[in-house]
Design a protein around this ligand. Structure first.
Ligand code: ATP
Ligand code: K
Ligand code: MG
Length: 667
């Protein structure tokens, strides 16, 4: 059994696997490419995913969804979201809880899908590619996520994986995955103190930076920083607006007003940007862009760099932040590793060279490194593999606080539950005094941290019901976890009561009834269920219910799983229909050929006439009335034809057999 690592990009997805022999491999998709476009396209009767989806983008712009990663776990009303939606040709609307719905026509009806469902489709395609390639079912995987993903976005990824039938052993920060892949097999780290490396990943829509410290057998992430709205796409947009205004002047057309023209010009600008990475200038030619006009343009790299200077400056900011937060001076940095295909613009290397006083290194595979790291991490977490001992310590980029219905417990001013930079997974213990059911809330505690969602609320937990044996509040011990995915949850809550006599109890409580947090909790649990007696202390487990702000309920998730199953059945049905139609078509052509050659002598004149009329009719039918029929109709038609042809085919075969027997006798 192999384990897989998935890098889900806004533009490209990459799949890496570790094979049972321990080999790391990047898989090829149906088109033999190592990168699979992150696209889902709904045609009239079936979906096209990945590379086939990208092909239909131009024909089907309104039902082709790309960059769905931008919409995961977000609210329709957020300003960033609205900016993105303006760029997308597909239609969206606001869901009842303020989320985003993608609306499209499919199978003659209007359908709505959440971004999580669309992501589920993409993951399901990656799973399919992996299974086709390894010939084994897979479910264990590790998926890369941007470090700036909030709790609800991380949970959304886990839900999408469930929809796709995958089991992520970990969601890992993109840069952490890259750093892991970089460090695990390196043997030349210095023996005197750690080696510090900066990783800069510029993708299609975002920029992420981390500073990592490596020692033999150990890697520690010191800091993460990011700009969630700065990537290759923004450079395309610079070229796009440049040519839109050029064409307005030159050809008197406004590309902004035409969806198809906008899509075509954007695609051409992206190509042109890539040409500019290797050439000092590049032309742009589009036939019949709009109003039957062919357009021509040209831009020099220098001009492009000048227009992009604002974006280039912005790349410095997360780099400076990451460095500052790591507490290191530039001189301490051993190297800067530049990855992500968005970073292939030469001016980016230049600006980073100035910033870090050294040329960034491009020795890591810029497009595959995240997937590599994910696959390696998956092998490390899987009991089926033995991987070189290598400790990965990641750091959490946000500060998490807790409050209860009695008020704040851990906040920015009195100490966060999980402060920014917290190594995770991590478990902390809250000690609370309560008489009955109560609520706890997790929230992002530092307003200065740039969140990619509008709300600082994370989730709310109901602890209870429970009953205390005495009238006074009893001690409730709550174990809170920031888990391997970077998701906050409550591992357990338990009621701890003592059985001292009344006077002693009174004394004990007067000193310790404040809500408190223990920062040095051990991750080992006492007992998961039931009552544990420890001397005079009794411990009873209390039920915990969590409700995630903006997340999916269990019922919604199982509905989505069922829906995806239906969609898959429809796709399979259409695939089978295509196969049946192809089978009929090739049978007709094959028989036409055979009846004019080898079968000719074995049919009577009237048989021949009847069959060839039938074959001709079938060909015409296939291109007219029968162009879009059901699986069954093609099957029946083929069977009917075979009934006519079989007797003649049998005569021919008998004759063949006789001739062969005679030949054998004569040998
Ligand atoms: P994200 O990380 O934002 O989710 P992604 O992982 O899909 O997106 P990448 O595949 O790393 O992104 O990079 C895609 C970007 O790289 C696109 O904007 C693409 O135009 C750009 N790109 C690819 N090749 C080049 C090149 N030769 N020169 C400049 N840009 C390039
Ligand atoms: K990618
Ligand atoms: Mg990426």
């Amino acid at each position: 059994m192999s384990v897989a690592g998935f890098d889900i990009g806004n533009e490209n997805c990459v799949i890496a696997v570790v094979n049972p022999g321990g080999m790391l491999d990047v898989l090829l998709n149906d088109e033999s490419k190592r990168e699979t476009p992150a696209v889902v396209s709904f045609s009239e009767k079936q979906r096209f995913l990945g590379s086939t989806g990208a092909t239909s983008a131009m024909m089907n712009p309104k039902s082709t969804i790309s960059q769905v990663k931008r919409l995961i776990g977000r609210k329709f009303g957020e300003a960033d979201v609205q900016n993105d939606l303006k760029l997308f040709p597909f239609e969206t609307s606001e869901s009842q809880d303020g989320g985003i719905l993608v609306r499209l026509e499919y199978l003659g009806e209007t359908h709505t899908f959440t971004p999580v469902q669309i992501l589920g489709m993409l993951l399901s395609n990656l799973k399919q590619i992996t299974e086709n390639s390894t010939n084994k079912p897979i479910s264990n995987c590790v998926i890369g996520i941007p470090c700036y993903f909030t709790d609800v976005q991380r949970r959304a990824y886990l839900d999408a994986a469930t929809i796709a039938g995958l089991k992520p052993l970990r969601l890992i920060h993109d840069c952490t995955a890259t750093a892991l892949g970089y460090g695990i097999y390196k043997t030349d780290f210095s023996n005197v103190g750690p080696t510090y490396i900066v990783f800069v990943d510029i993708g299609h829509c975002d920029t992420q930076v981390c500073v990592a410290s490596f020692e033999s057998g150990h890697m520690k992430i010191l800091s993460h920083a990011f700009d969630a709205n700065l990537g290759g796409r923004d450079f395309d947009e610079i070229l796009f607006s440049y040519f839109v205004s050029q064409f307005k002047e030159q050809y008197n057309i406004d590309v902004y007003t035409n969806i198809k023209a906008s899509i075509r010009l954007r695609a051409s600008c992206e190509k042109l940007k890539k040409v500019l990475s290797a050439n000092a200038g590049a032309p742009l030619n589009i036939e019949c862009l709009m109003n039957e006009k062919d357009v021509k343009g040209f831009i020099r790299r220098e001009e492009f760099e000048k227009l992009s200077s604002g974006l280039l400056e912005r790349i410095k900011i997360p780099c400076q932040k990451a460095l500052a937060e790591s507490g290191l001076d530039v001189e301490k940095i051993h190297s800067v590793q530049l990855v992500g295909s968005g970073s292939r613009i030469p001016a980016i290397s230049k600006i980073l060279s100035f910033l870090f006083n050294r040329e960034p290194s491009r020795t890591i595979d810029a497009s595959e490194c995240v997937a590599h790291g994910c696959a390696l991490q998956c092998a490390m977490l899987s009991p089926l593999f033995r991987v070189r001992e290598f400790e990965v310590q990641d750091s959490f980029p946000f500060s998490i606080g807790f409050s209860s219905d009695k008020g704040p417990i851990c906040t920015l001013s009195n100490g966060m539950l999980f402060p920014r930079g917290q190594p995770f997974p991590s478990v902390k213990i809250l000690m609370l005094y309560r008489t009955n059911t109560f609520q706890l809330q997790a929230f992002y505690a530092d307003q200065n941290e740039p969140l990619s969602v509008a709300s600082s609320q994370i989730s709310s937990f109901t602890i209870g019901p429970f009953q205390t044996s005495h009238a006074e509040p009893a001690r409730v011990k709550v174990r809170v976890q920031l888990n391997l995915h970077g998701v906050v949850n409550i591992l357990s809550a338990s009621l701890i009561e003592d059985f001292l006599d009344n006077s002693a109890r009174g004394n004990a409580h007067s000193t310790s009834e404040e809500d408190a947090i223990s920062h040095h909790a051990s991750a080992t649990s006492d007992a998961e269920e039931g009552i544990v007696r420890k001397g005079k202390l009794t411990k009873r487990m209390i039920p915990v219910n969590e409700s995630v702000y903006g997340g999916m309920t269990k019922a919604e998730l199982s509905e989505a799983v069922a829906k995806e199953h239906q969609l898959v059945q429809q796709d399979l049905k259409m695939e089978r229909t295509k196969e049946k139609k192809n089978a009929l078509e090739s049978y007709v052509y094959e028989m036409r050929d055979k009846f004019s050659n080898m079968y000719r002598a074995f049919a009577t004149e009237s048989e021949r006439e009847g069959i060839s009329r039938n074959l001709q009719e079938t060909v015409e039918w296939l291109y007219e009335d029968g162009v879009d029929e059901s699986e069954n109709v093609y099957t029946v038609r083929l069977e009917d034809l075979k009934k006519l042809v079989d007797p003649i085919e049998n005569r021919y075969k008998d004759e063949e057999a006789r001739a062969q027997a005679t030949k054998d006798l004569l040998k």
